[in-house]
Design a protein around this ligand. Sequence first.
Ligand SMILES: [Zn+2]
Length: 235
Amino acid sequence: MSDFPGVLHVGDLDVNVSVSERRRSVRLTVERDASVTAVVPPEVSRDELAKVVRAKRSWLYGKLAERRELGESRPAREYVSGEGFPYLGRSYRLRIVDRAREVRLVRGRLELGRGGGAEELVRWYRRVGETWLKRRVEPWASRLGVEVSGLRVLPLGYRWGSCSPSGTVNIHWATMQLPPTLIDYVLVHELAHLLRHDHSAEFWRLVERAMPDFQDRRELLRRLGPDLWLPEEGL
Ligand SMILES: [Zn+2]
């Protein structure tokens, strides 16, 4: 176990590994911040641990989705005037208006039509997200030397982003609540996956070359992630 890494990447899961002399079997935990921890007995190899993680994958994904969606720090929303919703790292207050088909950001207030709620707001995040990200993606793509064939902003469950071999990048709409520097990190992470589909050392080198301070951003994302607004599943 001497070469055992602090973080083991299994598929798209990052597992923080620590070794305990007292453990006789692997213990996997999904933390409150939606990270995964493994405490393993000293004799377990990284291949064995990867096997255990893979076998428990659907359980882990379920737990991660719960943590992200039912985070205890997340208060229920009432969609009333004055309630704050984050966008690009700042909080914007709602203003309930009588006639509005779509949510709009007007003079620092998010205007929401009376009777509207999560659905209308999510639609707004997706719309502004597409505009914002489309401007942002090109400079990063050329820095990494990748071709992006399409960009979509949509619900992705517990994931910030995903990508397809055809060059389409998907970003979770909730990402738009983060400060721009962290949205950039999510973007760069997915763009690097167009070159490497795993979380190997080579993958992280690509990320680092494009974004030397990615570690700090990643750490901050871990801390801020659980506090973002996420309505009920399916949106
Ligand atoms: Zn990844």
